[in-house]
Design a protein around this ligand. Structure first.
Ligand code: C2O
Ligand code: CU
Ligand code: CU
Length: 511
C-alpha cells in the first residue's frame, strides 16, 4: 500500500482531567479500551487499544512535588488484537491472553505503584498476576521536571500491548522554571514517535512469526520488529503548521525496536535542552539527535529564518542498530513535516537560556560497589536466540540487591552484536562513559580486558538518564543512587521484543 505523506495534521493529545481531589491529590481514571481510530486520511479506520478512547492516551500533566493518584482500568476485550506467543515467560497457555499493567517510565515511585510486570490484571480484575499490588497508583512526582511516558508492561506481552496502542505522555513541570522563558503553550509540543505497519484493510500488521519461521512455534516472538510507517502522536507522517519563531518539542521514542537518528532537512540546528531526566545544565547545539526506544529529547527549534519553507524531520538510523540496514528514505527515513506557513501572531520573546539547570554529578569514588552485568544471547529450546541480562532469565533468583541510599556503578558489558537501550526503574542515573573490551576474552575467562580508552558520554547524554544505549563490544558505565524506596523493580532492554524474551531482570533495593 502506498501511503501519501503529510496529508494529516499532527494531533496534540488532550490533557487528562482529574475526576476529583482525594486527600489533596488529584485523582485520575484512565480506561484502557479497544476502538477504531483513523490514523491516516487514506487508511481505513484501524482497531487500536488506547486510553479514554484515544491512541496515544491523553497526556497527564502535573507539577513536581504534587502527588497524584491514577486508577488504570482494564476495559479491554478478552481476545488479543495481536498474535500472542505462549512460549515466552509469563504468557504460557494457562495465562489470560489479555493482561495489562501500566508503568510510568521515568517516575520515582514505590514498588506497588510501579507497574511490575507480574502485577498485571484482567478486565474488572477477574484475574490478577502473582505480584498484584493495588488498584490505585500513587505518583509522588518528587523529582525533577521531565518528560515521562506511561505504557503497558505486562510480562511476556509488552511488545504487543504497546504496539496495539497502550502508551501516553506524562509531563512533570517545575513552576520554578518559569523564569527560563522557554517556548510554551501552543509553542510547546510533544512528539511521540512510533513505527507501525498496516494491512490493506487498515488493521495493524504485526507478524506472527519471524522470517524464516521457527519450527514448532506459532505464533512466535520476533527478534525485533520494524514498521515501515512512522506515526507521530498517532498519525501517520503528519504535518504541523508553524509560525516563524521558536518552538519547544518534547520528543519521545515510543517504538518497539526502532532507533531514530533525526535531522532537519533545512540543516537547521536542534537546541537540545534536556533528556530523560529533565533539563541539562546548558543547551547542546546539534544537527543530529539519536534516540533509542524509550529515550527522550527536549529540543528547541528556531523556525524564524524558515518562513514559507517545509522542513522534514528525517531519520537515518540503521535497523537493527547499529549493524542493520539504513531505513528507506521514502518511508521510515521520514518522520514528519514542519510547515512554516502561519503568520507570526506576536513577537517571539522566548529564549534559549545559556544556563538551564544545575546537575549534581555523582562522584565515582562515592560508589560503594561496582557490578559487572552482562548482556548476552543464547538459543532457547526452540533454537531462537534469547537475550539475557547477567546471563540469567527473569525468573532466576534475584542477585542484584542495592542497599537503600547507596551509590553504585553498573558496568554493562555488551557481548552481543546489537545496541541495547538499557532502562532501570526507580532511579535516574548518569553515564560515566563507554569503553571497548575484548568480548571473546571475557567469555573465556570472565575477566574484563579493556581494549581502548573510555569515551565520555555524548554531550546530549550529560544529564539525568533512565535509559542508555549499551553498544556492542563496549562497557557502558552508569552511576546511580538507589533511593528513595526499597522493594522490587525491573531493569531491562527497552527493545520490547527483547524485554518480552528474557532481556529483563528484577533488582531489589534492600534496607
Ligand atoms: Cu519504559 Cu520498564 O519501561
Ligand atoms: Cu521505566
Ligand atoms: Cu535488547
Amino acid at each position: 500500500m502506498l501511503i501519501k505523506k503529510y496529508v494529516d495534521k499532527l494531533p496534540i493529545p488532550k490533557i487528562l482531567k482529574p475526576d476529583c481531589i482525594i486527600d489533596g491529590m488529584p485523582y485520575y481514571e484512565a480506561r484502557m479500551q479497544q476502538f477504531k481510530q483513523i490514523l491516516h486520511r487514506d487508511i481505513p479506520a484501524t482497531v487500536v487499544w488506547g486510553f479514554e478512547g484515544v491512541y496515544p492516551g491523553p497526556t497527564i500533566e502535573t507539577n513536581n512535588y504534587q502527588s497524584i493518584k491514577v486508577k488504570w482500568i482494564n476495559h479491554l476485550p478478552s481476545k488479543h488484537l495481536l498474535p500472542v506467543d505462549t512460549t515466552v515467560h509469563g504468557a504460557g497457555p494457562g495465562q489470560p491472553r489479555v493482561r495489562t499493567v501500566i508503568h510510568l517510565h521515568g517516575a520515582v515511585v514505590r514498588p506497588e505503584s510501579d507497574g511490575y510486570p507480574d502485577a498485571w490484571f484482567t478486565r474488572d480484575y477477574k484475574q490478577v498476576g502473582p505480584h498484584f499490588t493495588t488498584k490505585v497508583y500513587t505518583y509522588p512526582n518528587r523529582q525533577r521536571a521531565a518528560t515521562l511516558w506511561y505504557h503497558a508492561h505486562a510480562i511476556g506481552i509488552t511488545r504487543l500491548n504497546v504496539y496495539a496502542g497502550l502508551a501516553g505522555i506524562y509531563i512533570i513541570r517545575d513552576p520554578m522554571q518559569k523564569h527560563l522563558n522557554l517556548p510554551k503553550r501552543r509553542y510547546e509540543i510533544p512528539l511521540l514517535i512510533q513505527d507501525r505497519s498496516f494491512n490493506e484493510d487498515g488493521s495493524l500488521y504485526y507478524p506472527s512469526q519471524p522470517d524464516p519461521p521457527v519450527p514448532g512455534v506459532n505464533p512466535s516472538v520476533l527478534p525485533d520488529f520494524f514498521g515501515d510507517t512512522i506515526l507521530v502522536n498517532g498519525k501517520v507522517w503528519p504535518y504541523l503548521e508553524l509560525e516563524p519563531r521558536k518552538y519547544r518539542f518534547r520528543i519521545i521514542n515510543g517504538s518497539n525496536s526502532r532507533f531514530y537518528k533525526m535531522k532537519l532537512s533545512s540543516k537547521s540546528n536542534f537546541y537540545q535542552i534536556g533528556t530523560d531526566g529533565g533539563l541539562f545544565e546548558k543547551p547542546v547545539v546539534t544537527k543530529e539527535i539519536m534516540l533509542a526506544p524509550a529515550e527522550r529529547a527536549d529540543v528547541i527549534i528556531d523556525f524564524s529564518g524558515l518562513r514559507g519553507q517545509n522542513v522534514l524531520l528525517t531519520n537515518n538510523a540503521p535497523a537493527p542498530f547499529p549493524q542493520g540496514n539504513l531505513p528507506d528514505p521514502g518511508t521510515a527515513g521520514q518522520i514528519m513535516q514542519f510547515r512554516v506557513c502561519l503568520p507570526l501572531s506576536k513577537q517571539d520573546y522566548s529564549t534559549i537560556p545559556y544556563r538551564l539547570s544545575t546537575i549534581t554529578y555523582l562522584k565515582e569514588k562515592k560508589a560503594i560497589i561496582q557490578r559487572n552485568l552482562t548482556l548476552s544471547t543464547k538459543p532457547d529450546i526452540y533454537g531462537r536466540s534469547i537475550h539475557l541480562l547477567e546471563n540469567k532469565t527473569w525468573d532466576d533468583p534475584i542477585t542484584t540487591k542495592p542497599q537503600l541510599g547507596n551509590i553504585e556503578i553498573w558496568n554493562i558489558l555488551n557481548l552481543t552484536r546489537a545496541s541495547h537501550p538499557i532502562h532501570l526503574h526507580l532511579v535516574n542515573f548518569q553515564i560515566l562513559g563507554r569503553q571497548p573490551f575484548d568480548t571473546e576474552y571475557y567469555e573465556e575467562t570472565g575477566k574484563v580486558l579493556a581494549t581502548g580508552n573510555t569515551a565520555p558520554p555524548d554531550l546530549n547524554e550529560m544529564g539525568w538518564k533512565d535509559t542508555v544505549k549499551a553498544n556492542p563490544g563496549e562497557i557502558t558505565r552508569i552511576i546511580a543512587r538507589f533511593a528513595p524506596y526499597t522493594g522490587l523493580y525491573p531493569w531491562h532492554c527497552h527493545i520490547l521484543e527483547h524485554e518480552d524474551h528474557e532481556m529483563m531482570r528484577p533488582f531489589e533495593v534492600v534496607f
